[in-house]
Design a protein around this ligand. Structure first.
Ligand SMILES: Cc1cc2nc3c(=O)[nH]c(=O)nc-3n(C[C@H](O)[C@H](O)[C@H](O)COP(=O)(O)OP(=O)(O)OC[C@H]3O[C@@H](n4cnc5c(N)ncnc54)[C@H](O)[C@@H]3O)c2cc1C
Length: 445
């Protein structure tokens, strides 16, 4: 069984979904196996069941966001975070429907909303639901509400702990379904597991990072307002990564402060002595990269991600589609392929603003000498004398450059969200098999 799982990522991914479903449905099994006293009516039992499933889903959110490598390597971080978003909304609705059913079927229970007179278990439920509402609203509309990422992340954690902690307290306080000792033990274990994951992410992981520091070796300007940050491990061997993966970077502050940013490694996966990142200046953190001095201390948490051609070693060739800074993981794959003298065909369709903005322009030319590589530059704001492709990477353009036998290659796309959506739709229209399409989203949050 284990060797089957090791060989088959789909089996691993399916096994995790099975475990997830088993955990969130376990409260129902408990209700079925050990029903409480008869006469409580279908709607009451139903609403309790929904509340328990919602709570179990909320507890599992801590596991989804704890960057556990086994989950992460089965799905990739963007799929996990997408799942985290959707399941949070489902859990929120289940938890919200739980009291609504009670209020509708037994209006007397509305008194439980009287915060000052209600028993503490009801007050815990009210605060938990408010925290959950704030959690969902500030996450879905963070950008519209103009909430910067760092304070949002801090409050996201506070709301989550409040919602789950008080949700569990409410369950214990009501007691109907949590009166037996083994049930108390099981749900306590559930809560403790969530707490452990929080401690792991906030304390243990940062501590591990302090034991493996890096030093900035140099910062090199590139075209397109991008800066190459070169890091060298200090007193350890660093980590190996598959080209296309990324790491969370903390620069010049303690990792306990949790102010880390994700960046794809741009260097070759086979270059072991140092790591390179190509960082585009877009905001508070990235604008400072150009001023970072050699010798500055950095910390990395990684590698993460499944956006790598190493997972498709049997592919006949690759089509890489990059927009702007989305070139970095693709550059890592091309550099690695060159180091490995990979003789398979590579095509790169690369969208940039102007000719002068094309990051790694000169190196891509050199890579053409080392690889079977064709590069198609697509410029959005081309000069009059430019005779190449212009405008957007759309279906017509892709049709001209991708092989007729669509399934003969694997496709890697990394760009801004709008371009990713357009390219994905176009490739579907062009009948590229969905199993051959791999995407890296830079807008996780
Ligand atoms: C998997 C992945 C790989 C990436 N690789 C690269 C790369 O190789 N090169 C590159 O230039 N950029 C990369 N990015 C994007 C990079 O992480 C953001 O541009 C950077 O974090 C912005 O920080 P800022 O403070 O400068 O900008 P801000 O203006 O503060 O943020 C701009 C936007 O970036 C996102 N962001 C900000 N801080 C974080 C954070 N700590 N964690 C996650 N997202 C955040 C938010 O959506 C935010 O709205 C990658 C992102 C992801 C998810």
């Amino acid at each position: 069984m284990r060797s089957l799982l090791m060989r088959n990522p789909i089996a691993i991914a399916t096994a995790w979904i099975g475990i997830y479903l088993a955990i969130i449905l376990s409260p129902l099994l408990m209700l079925l196996l050990y029903p409480t006293a008869p006469g409580r009516g279908f709607w009451l039992e139903f609403s309790v069941a929904l509340g328990f499933i919602g709570l179990a889903m909320m507890v599992l959110q801590f596991a989804l966001t704890a960057r556990i490598r086994t989950f992460e390597s089965a799905y990739g971080i963007d799929v996990i975070l997408q799942f985290h978003r959707y399941t949070s909304v489902v859990a929120f609705l289940l938890i919200l429907v739980h009291p609504i059913i009670l209020f509708v079927t037994d209006p007397e229970t509305l008194q439980l909303l009287n915060f000052f007179e209600a028993p503490w278990r009801a007050r815990a439920a009210v605060i938990a639901t408010l925290a959950l509402t704030l959690l969902v609203v500030t996450s879905i509309w963070r950008k519209k509400l103009n909430i910067p990422y760092e304070p949002w992340r801090l409050w996201h954690g506070i709301f989550a702990v409040t919602a789950v902690g008080l949700g569990l307290a409410h369950g214990f306080g009501v007691g109907n379904y949590l009166s037996l000792e083994w049930k108390i033990a099981l749900w306590s274990l559930f809560g403790l597991a969530a707490l452990w994951m929080l401690i792991f992410v906030r304390l243990i992981k940062p501590w591990q990072m302090t034991q493996h520091p890096y030093l900035v070796e140099k910062v090199v300007p590139e075209r397109g307002d991008v800066w190459t940050l070169v890091l060298r491990p200090r007193g350890h061997n660093g980590f190996t990564f598959q080209p296309g993966q990324f790491a969370w970077l903390t620069l010049n502050i303690s990792p306990f402060r949790m102010r880390e940013h994700p960046f794809s490694m741009a260097s070759s996966g086979d270059q072991e002595d140092c790591l390179e990142f190509g960082i585009k200046a877009v905001g508070d953190f990235t604008n400072q990269i150009k001023t970072v001095k050699p010798g500055t201390v950095a910390f990395l948490d990684g590698p993460y991600g499944v956006f790598t051609f190493d997972r498709y070693w049997d592919a006949a060739g690759f089509v890489m589609i990059a927009g702007g800074i989305g070139i970095t993981p693709i550059m890592s794959m091309l550099r690695t392929a060159a180091d490995r003298q990979d003789d398979r065909p590579f095509s790169l369709i690369y969208s940039s603003s102007t000719w002068d903005d094309i990051t790694y322009q000169e190196e891509l030319e050199e890579l053409k000498e080392k690889l079977d590589l064709t590069v198609v530059h697509v410029l959005r704001n081309a000069e009059d004398d430019w005779s190449g492709e212009t405008g957007y990477v759309d279906q017509d353009l892709l049709e001209r450059y991708i092989p007729i036998h669509r399934g003969s290659r694997h496709y890697f796309i990394c760009a801004n969200p709008k371009m990713m959506d357009q390219v994905e739709r176009a490739l579907h229209q062009l009948e590229v098999p969905v199993t051959h399409l791999h995407m890296e989203h830079y807008n996780l949050v």
